[in-house]
Each structure stands twice: as C-alpha cells, then as structure tokens.
Write a protein that binds this ligand. Structure first.
Ligand code: SF4
Ligand code: SF4
Length: 320
C-alpha cells in the first residue's frame, strides 16, 4: 500500500478539497452522547475516526428505497445527492465495507452509490466493546489518515493526493497501521464449521435465546448485516412500486414463506442462524466471517448478549 508523508497544512487542504467535490460526512457525537455519521460543515475540522452507532451501510443500502415502478421496469438511479465522501471511518468499518463490496458486487444501486463514494479511514480507539477480527484481509478505503502519513487504497485516492500540495510519496512504503482499538482477541477456533454443526442442539443456545428479546437491534447496528425484504405496493391509479427495505433475521417473519411454513420459528433457531452467519459467512461467502469485531451489537443489546462471549462458551463446552 502506497504511503505519503504530509505537512501540518495538509488536513485543512484535504478538507477544503473534499468539501468542494463531495457532500462530506463524518462521525460526530451529539448532545445526547450518540455518535452519528453527520453532514460536516466547512467550519468543522476533519473528525478523528470514531465508531458511529449506525454504520456506513446506511449510505450504500438505505433502510428503504424504490427498485422500480410499473412505468419503468428497470432499477431507478439513486435519488440521493451524490457524490458523498466519508471521513473518520474506523478500521472495522473499512473491513465491513470490503465485505459488503463482495456481497453487492452485482447490485446496480449499490454500485452506483459505491462508485460515487470517497472513503477516508483512520485509526480508532473509541470502543472498549470491540474485539479484533481477522486483519489478514485488506480493508476498503481510498485514503487512510495517520498522524504523519497517509496511505492510498485506490486510484481515486492516489489521484486526489497527487493533486494536493503538502504531501509527498515516501521513498519506501511505510507499513499500514493495523489499529483495531483496544479490544480483545476472539477465541481462536480451528474447526468453526464443525463446532457449529456439533452444537446445533446444545442447551447453550436455548439459554442464550431465553434472554433474547428478538428486538433486532444487534442486526440493525451491525455493519455487515444486509438482509432486506422486497415489498410490492399497488398504488391508486394502477401504479405498482417495488421497494426493498431492511429486514432482520431476528424477526419471526424473516423465514416465513408462502403457505405459512417458517424455517426458523423460534428465537433459538434465529439466534443460532445469526451467529453462524456472522462467524461463518453465508452463500457464496461461506467460510468468510462477516463479523468485523466492532462491538456495536454488544453495546446495542438490551440484555447484554455478547457474540464473543457466546463463542467462548461454545469453545469451552466443546472442550469439556
Ligand atoms: S456481529 Fe457485532 S461485533 Fe460483529 S460486526 Fe456485527 S455488530 Fe460488529
Ligand atoms: S439485540 Fe440482544 S435482545 Fe435484541 S435481538 Fe439481538 S441478541 Fe436479542
């Protein structure tokens, strides 16, 4: 990854340039103490990387959007005011973005938004609830800002830097900082697939499920939870609209199919399904964990269900 050294004026030049070309968003903590991705004004300094409560997936997959209408049986272009730039994105969310990019690599609406998005990451120490994911993969970003160096992760990022004064390529590439907050390591599991298969009828899942409220908060805040439902709506005047809306695997209706059969009628099945998906991936990405260790689900859960502790308990029970 190419590295560049910058001078003391560089970040204000970068901010000015981003404001000129993009609608610029970054993590700001409101009076209510909640950190959100907020629209930045030119007066705001570039914020340090922090974990917003709702992750950047909302910029690429809005909670509700029109796919097509009866007049035009093709995907509509996003109606958002593009392009966006995001600054202060913490490493775990950059890993999540890399995951979403793979899942939605053929999705026209996602791709239109993604192509218009500039992402500037930074090292983060904001959450004690987080834990370290597998960092052997390369996170997705255009620029990654350190204290003294900036790294480029795309040709768009390189082009932007080459046009800005106050930074120059280092003679040798400086190693990319793997800053993943102060979290602890997830318990290592050699045969995770086997563990999930062996544990399918263990009492442990029932114990965790008995506390779960099926509220879905953990999935809503998860940067790699992307389930959506497709809803057709008949409007007056014979018009038909097809929308997609965020769905949630904790909801009873999620696995309900025509004829009334439900593949996951109980909380235990739904809970186990989500944990398996987070740890083992899904579909074409089976074997690629989608949990990036951000810890949002632990913070959001009203009954303190903790994905890393559940995994540790599974490992312990397996060993006993
Ligand atoms: S499962 Fe929890 S810790 Fe893992 S990525 Fe999702 S919200 Fe973050
Ligand atoms: S946030 Fe907690 S209580 Fe709500 S669905 Fe997730 S695990 Fe269950």
């Amino acid at each position: 990854m190419k590295s560049w050294q910058f001078d003391s004026e560089f970040t204000s030049r970068l901010s000015e340039r981003l404001h000129r070309e993009y609608r610029l968003f970054g993590p700001l903590t409101g009076k209510d103490g909640v950190c959100r991705l907020a629209l930045l004004s030119r007066e705001d300094a570039l914020p340090e990387a922090k974990l917003p409560f709702i992750p950047l997936k909302k910029m690429l997959l809005p909670p509700r959007e029109t796919l097509w209408t009866g007049d035009n049986l093709r995907c509509e272009s996003p109606s958002d005011e593009l392009p966006y730039a995001l600054v202060g994105i913490p490493p775990c969310d950059l890993y999540a973005l890399e995951y979403l990019d793979r899942v939605f690599q053929d999705d026209a609406l996602y791709l239109q938004r993604r192509e218009n998005l500039m992402v500037v990451g930074g090292g983060c120490a904001s959450s004690q609830a987080c834990f370290r994911p597998d960092t052997s993969k390369r996170p997705s970003f255009d620029l990654f800002l350190g204290d003294e160096y900036v790294w480029t992760g795309s040709s768009e990022g390189e082009k932007l830097l080459s046009e800005l004064a106050g930074c120059k390529r280092t003679e040798e590439d400086v190693p990319f900082p793997e800053t993943m907050g102060e979290g602890t390591d997830m318990p290592g599991v050699e045969d995770l697939e086997g563990l999930f298969n062996r544990s399918s009828d263990w009492e442990l899942w029932q114990r965790v499920a008995e506390r779960c409220l099926s509220c879905g908060a953990c999935s809503a805040v998860c940067p790699t939870c992307y389930c959506y439902d497709v809803v057709d709506e008949a409007l007056p005047g014979r018009e038909v609209v097809r929308r997609r809306e965020w769905d949630n695997c904790f909801f009873r209706s999620h696995a309900l199919v025509a004829g009334g059969h439900n593949f996951r009628p109980g909380r235990k099945e739904r809970l186990r399904f989500r944990f398996e998906h987070k740890m083992l991936g899904f579909g074409a990405l089976r074997g690629v964990p989608s949990c990036v260790g951000c810890g949002r689900c632990n913070t959001a859960c009203p009954v303190d269900s903790d994905i890393s502790k559940v995994l540790a308990a599974l490992v312990e029970e397996d060993a006993s």
